[in-house]
Write a protein that binds this ligand. Structure first.
Ligand SMILES: [Fe+2]
Ligand SMILES: [Fe+2]
Length: 154
């Protein structure tokens, strides 16, 4: 008999799926214009902000501590700084209600570049390092804890 299929994503799969969702949300934001009674940009931005904050908090709690030593230590130090900059961008964009559309878009572009760089580091170096230190079962367990933590984030 076949063994029971494991359906829970690993933490690596979950994080990569979140990253693709952020790409989609940013692309959607770029297509929209604020104001003139159209709140569609907020309807994309505000959930995206919440999801990104939850994603970063879960990474900082469940993923980064295990890699904060040896050859990945500097990578994690940089990643934490990048998270802080992304949080700052999110706050500025959220507070940008009266900002000129062009200025808002300029800042969105800055955040997009920061996120792109950060995601590339995570996917090329941090996640492969996690695959080395955790076994399959741990990766799945961390995946479900990651999902729970994101869902509980407020
Ligand atoms: Fe991430
Ligand atoms: Fe991250």
């Amino acid at each position: 008999m076949a063994t029971q299929q494991v359906t829970q994503e690993t933490i690596v799969q979950h994080i990569e799926r979140d990253h693709r969702k952020t790409d989609t949300q940013i692309a959607e934001l770029e297509m929209r214009v604020r104001g003139q009674g159209d709140d569609s940009q907020d309807r994309v931005f505000l959930p995206m902000k919440q999801e990104l904050l939850a994603h970063m908090a879960a990474e900082e709690k469940l993923l980064y501590p295990a890699l904060e030593r040896g050859e990945t230590r500097d990578l994690i130090t940089d990643a934490r700084k990048e998270h802080d900059r992304i949080r700052k961008h999110l706050e500025e964009l959220a507070a940008g209600g009266t900002m000129e559309e062009s200025e808002w878009r300029r800042r969105l572009e800055m955040m997009k570049q920061e996120i792109r760089h950060h995601v590339a580091d995570e996917e090329s170096e941090i996640l492969p390092a996690a695959r080395k230190i955790f076994d399959e079962q741990q990766l799945h367990e961390l995946g479900s804890r990651f999902e729970r933590m994101e869902n509980e984030y407020t």
